[in-house]
Design a protein around this ligand. Structure first.
Ligand code: FMN
Length: 316
């Protein structure tokens, strides 16, 4: 049991990354039941929708889980914080905005705080604001990324050196080797996004899961650079359209409309890749199966152990 497991009260140091608007109770509770930390990503969902997912998750698991509040994405920051307190959710993960104003109220009630960061500067600020755990996310990751575009490999050791709270690596981790590598760089846990899409319990459209399983190393693409809204998605017909709009000089407002939650759900839940987009990280190239979450987490921990044994033969 390391610091991340102790603080979050989990068995495996593996966290489900927030997945705005397409989280459901089944995947969240499956991750928590498997020994990790499941997360409900609130995205832009209305408070009553989130509350029903929360209630259902609590019905399915008595283990800890988190709620991810993407601060500049949701119009309901205060309402989400109130829901967390009303339902005694033990962990909150804050991303996409300044977490400082929210942290004192949540901590006062004993809620543990994870803050997602993408630079040393952000990590230091989040630690000073009271974060208990920091996620350091490289731009290999699926979804919205920092415009700084720093990689996980370089971020982890720099952030781990700069802060005292435990660091969790996110972006590009898909198996036990990635888990072990993150630990070697100074992380005490990993956060998964892309790898969890291709699991039995994930609520995504089968065509999305298949796209991840069929992907090669170079099938994700960054869109939104031209408007300062960096997002990594799968290279689909809709992604090509977005790139074309950027070439033609799309504005930030227009880009936000083209990448609205409606277009996200259309891709991720309906499998419509002409009018909807799907988030995916570079690690998609490694993923070839869709196990249960329990099989995935047990397998990652076992593979990390085996890999460590192999490496011991070289280094000792
Ligand atoms: C479908 C999907 C939706 C996501 N939505 C969010 C979100 O709402 N908030 C957030 O902080 N991160 C979000 N992410 C990022 C993940 O939480 C996670 O940090 C990231 O996927 C890790 O990198 P990986 O994809 O290489 O595993 C999303 C990722 C995916 C795949």
């Amino acid at each position: 049991m390391n610091d991340v497991c102790r603080i979050l009260q989990i068995r495996y140091p593996i966290i489900q990354g927030g997945m705005g608007n397409i989280s459901n109770a089944e995947l969240t509770s499956a991750v928590s039941e498997a020994g990790g930390l499941g997360t409900i990503g609130v995205g832009t969902m209305a408070p009553d929708e989130v509350e029903s997912i929360l209630v259902e998750t609590k019905r399915r698991t008595s283990r800890p889980f988190a709620v991810n509040i993407p601060i500049q994405v949701t119009p309901y920051v205060e309402e989400m914080a109130s829901l967390v307190l009303k339902h005694n959710v033990p962990v909150v993960s804050l991303s996409a905005g300044n977490p400082a104003p929210l942290i004192p109220r949540l901590k006062e009630h004993g809620v543990k705080i994870i803050v997602v960061t993408a630079s040393v500067k952000q990590a230091k600020k989040a630690e000073a604001a009271g974060a208990d755990v920091l996620v350091a996310e490289g731009y290999e990751a699926a979804g919205i990324n920092s415009h700084l575009e720093l990689t996980t490999m370089t971020l982890i050791p720099q952030i781990a050196k700069a802060v005292r709270v435990p660091v969790v690596a996110a972006g590009g981790i898909g198996d036990g080797r990635g888990l072990l590598a993150a630990f070697a760089l100074g992380a005490q846990g990993v956060q998964l996004g892309t790898r969890l899409i291709a699991t039995k319990e994930a609520p995504f459209h089968e065509a999305y899961k298949q796209l991840i399983m069929d992907a090669g190393e170079n099938e994700t693409v960054i869109v939104g650079r031209s408007v300062g809204r960096v997002r990594r998605i799968m290279r689909t017909p809709y992604a090509e359209k977005l790139l074309q709009y950027e070439k033609e000089g799309v504005t930030l407002d227009e880009f936000n409309q083209y990448t609205s939650e409606e277009h996200h759900r259309r891709g991720a839940l309906s499998g419509d890749f002409s009018e909807g987009f799907v988030n995916a990280g570079q690690i998609a190239g490694l993923i070839q199966d869709a196990p249960t979450v329990q099989e995935l987490l047990d397998g990652m921990m076992e593979e990390a152990k085996q890999q460590l044994n192999q490496l011991q033969k070289i280094f000792f």
